[in-house]
Design a protein around this ligand. Structure first.
Ligand code: SF4
Ligand code: SF4
Ligand code: SF4
Length: 154
């Protein structure tokens, strides 16, 4: 997943300078090593929700001088959370961490047999902020794009 505001043709526009990563107050932009991609031929930025969530503050896009990230596109973040089968609650271990972390209340739990509870995610409410992923002890939250978007956003 590219940082918010990523443009079509991101790989060609990004020069790997790292300004976006340094600007992020949540420190969630990391370098992803991709050989032969981008003018720099080295690493390009991706978001990592394993430790922090995005606030969509736009600091990353504001810091980008190449046009690879654009401030006006930050609100077009295309990713939405999905919960995978490794979810603890789904497997009978008590956990509601993601529900507690989700500000828009996009996650609810449906009781099942055997002490299990299935997380159900309302994609319409989800902002794709990553707070659920950052708090999940099982690494059970993934992200997908519900609707097709232009190349370069991920
Ligand atoms: S929008 Fe803000 S919090 Fe999100 S990745 Fe960019 S700088 Fe970090
Ligand atoms: S935080 Fe992770 S393990 Fe816990 S209920 Fe949510 S998805 Fe499942
Ligand atoms: S990505 Fe954010 S809004 Fe979406 S379910 Fe997770 S915590 Fe809630």
């Amino acid at each position: 997943m590219r940082p918010p505001g990523a443009q079509s043709g991101f790989s060609q526009l990004c020069n790997g300078c790292g300004a976006c990563a340094r600007a992020c107050p949540e420190a969630l932009i990391i370098r992803h090593e991709i050989r032969q991609e981008g003018p720099a031929g080295g690493s390009t930025p991706v978001v990592d929700f394993s430790k922090a969530a995005c606030t969509f503050c736009g600091a990353c896009a504001a810091a980008c001088e190449t046009g690879a990230l654009r401030s006006e596109a930050v609100s077009d973040w295309p990713w939405r959370a999905v919960i995978t089968d490794s979810c603890l609650s789904l497997n009978g271990i008590s956990c509601r961490s993601c529900e507690d972390a989700c500000a828009p209340r996009a996650i609810r739990f449906r009781l099942m047999t055997g002490g299990r509870a299935a997380p159900e995610l309302d994609t319409a409410q989800c902002t794709g902020c990553g707070a659920c992923a950052a708090t999940c002890p099982a690494g059970a939250v993934a992200f997908e794009r519900p609707a097709p978007v232009a190349e370069g956003s991920g």
